[in-house]
Design a protein around this ligand. Structure first.
Ligand code: SAH
Length: 515
């Protein structure tokens, strides 16, 4: 605390410093797995896509389909007998590369006919090729066989690993961010922490340890936790993580709250399936690796104009799927492609747009803030749709329902979709955000607090994974939504203090000041 500079605003920075230095927060037990698992924004993926793309883009050929009509075709006023553009591009080239590694797990499972694949094939036979968004939605969140619904995919025994699972420091620093923003909002009497897609509940658990440590500051505040989660399996794990026990689902099926519990420190926790079910009120929202799981539409520029990429049954291999192009423009191409679009291949996630609009409206009306952390870009990337299984890349069209599907988040689209209702900060690289939040000091405190060499190794490996620009440091980004008055307020103060920029007054987006 002595090292902290005098706080420029409301004691916020000194609060961060004192918390970062606090040995009282303690160490999380060592996990059974290390920090070397596969994360979903891995570099090797980037290389493979680049390789695939350079040959793939634009290599679109036409294929005649066997005679059959579809509802979609009927809706579009064309028949599939006419002609359908077969997209031989990226996905095919990419697929070959990805599965070429000797002994890869993805290869072992090539082409198993999963129940989800059968379901999708029936659907395609009945109504014609489906959009990538429908494919993703079904494969990930279908209540019966969706990937997220019935198993734990995080950690070593799963398919990918995320930052909160890698290091406790991640969640602690995010916890400090929320306390800091709560203070900047004038310490409102209620604080709803709303997490979208909480995974195993690890991030919220680490945040709650910070809240607990700050009991004297938060004791007059009515805190509650609201988790938006579709997966029955993951919500069961979240309940165990956060309350220490198994919780029965609510009997009243019409209730928007499907589970209720009390955290280990006595804070009420509620589970919902959708954001709109969470009560209005001053809320602080968190979405970590959530937006990338929302369904995307894919579009390809052709000589005839934009065409949506669809998924169809491969006529040469009836138990396989393939990408095709819609034979004509559809309402989706009309509505989702921006007039000034310069790319040849575009992914659009309307679900993310709707969600951001809802968050922006809520923050505009009730105050609070939202912190979104994910891998992504600013409207310049093209084909980022990919799949992970057992910590390795997997073919997006093989064994749907048994592998993760994901696409990079387009932060520029999210910003556009706030429609100016709130101010936005970022996207800022993870390594910069965490550095600004004091990760180096926190690491030193934890290292000093433990004499266990295995713990030291774990902490250092975790730090490297989160911060190294070649690992997660540069690929993950932080993006915040804040009420306009939050920055306008800081603006006046910042001007008074001749500060460099507005964002420096918001933790993480500005540097912590040290003497
Ligand atoms: N935030 C966690 C987990 C990321 S995985 C972490 O970083 O470790 C994505 C999470 O979002 C899972 O909990 C998954 O079940 C949930 N999820 C995916 N799609 C969802 C949807 N449409 N609605 C609500 N939750 C969803």
């Amino acid at each position: 605390i002595e090292k902290a500079a005098p706080a420029p605003q409301s004691g916020k920075l000194s609060l961060q410093v004192s918390l970062v230095l606090s040995p009282g927060l303690g160490l999380r037990p060592l996990p059974v797995f290390g920090a070397e698992g596969g994360y979903r924004a891995a570099r090797n993926w980037q290389r493979q896509v680049k390789g695939g793309r350079s040959k793939g883009t634009g290599a679109v050929t036409m294929t005649r389909l066997p005679a059959r009509r579809s509802v979609l075709a009927a809706a579009l006023g064309v028949s599939w007998q006419q002609r359908l553009l077969h997209h031989h591009g990226v996905p095919a080239a990419w697929r070959r590369r990805r599965c070429s590694g000797a002994g890869s797990k993805a290869e072992d499972s090539s082409s198993p006919v999963t129940p989800m694949l059968k379901h999708l094939m029936f659907k395609i036979k009945a109504t014609g090729p489906i959009t990538v968004a429908e494919y993703m939605r079904e494969a990930l969140t279908n209540p019966v066989k969706g990937y997220y619904m019935h198993h734990d995919m995080l950690g070593e025994g799963g398919d990918f690993v995320t930052s909160p699972e890698i290091s406790q420091i991640f969640g602690e620093l995010i916890g400090i961010w929320y306390v800091s923003e709560w203070m900047a909002a004038g310490k409102p009497k209620t604080l709803q922490l709303v997490e979208l897609g909480p995974g195993r509940g690890t991030l919220t658990d680490d945040i709650l340890r910070v809240f607990n440590q700050l009991g004297s500051l938060l004791n007059k505040c009515d805190i509650s936790i609201h988790l938006v989660e579709v997966s029955p399996k993951l919500s069961e794990i979240q309940a165990l993580t956060l309350t220490g026990e198994k919780i029965q689902s609510e009997l009243d099926v019409t209730s928007p709250v499907y589970m209720k519990g009390i955290s280990k420190a006595g804070i009420p926790i509620f589970w919902y399936r959708e954001l709109q079910d969470v009560p209005q009120g001053t809320s602080f929202y968190l979405a970590h690796e959530f937006f990338d799981a929302l369904p995307i539409h894919k579009f390809q520029r052709t000589e005839q104009g934009w065409r949506e990429v669809l998924i169809d049954i491969d006529p040469k291999a009836p138990d396989k799927l393939r990408f095709v192009l819609a034979p004509s423009a559809t309402p989706a191409t009309e509505y989702f492609i921006q007039g000034k679009e310069a790319r040849d291949h575009v992914e659009v996630c309307p679900d993310a747009g709707i969600l951001i609009q809802k968050l922006a409206c809520r923050i505009q009306e009730d105050g609070g803030a939202a912190l979104i952390a994910d891998y992504g870009h600013n409207g310049n990337k093209t084909d980022t749709f990919r799949s992970f299984r057992s910590h390795e890349l997997h073919d997006v069209l093989i064994a749907p329902g048994t592998a993760d599907l994901t696409a990079d988040v387009d932060f520029s689209y999210l910003q556009t979709m706030t429609q100016g209702r709130v101010a936005t900060l970022g996207p800022l690289k993870q390594q910069e955000f965490l550095k600004n939040m004091g990760i180096d000091v926190r690491l030193q405190v934890l290292l000093q607090n433990s004499s266990d060499t295995a713990m030291h190794k774990h902490l250092l490996q975790g730090y490297d994974m989160l911060m190294n620009p070649k690992k997660m440091g540069d690929r993950f980004n932080f993006f915040a939504l804040l009420p306009h008055q939050r920055l306008a307020h800081s603006d006046q103060k910042a001007n008074l203090q001749h500060s460099k920029s507005l964002s420096t007054s918001v933790a993480g987006f500005g540097e912590l000041v040290w003497k």
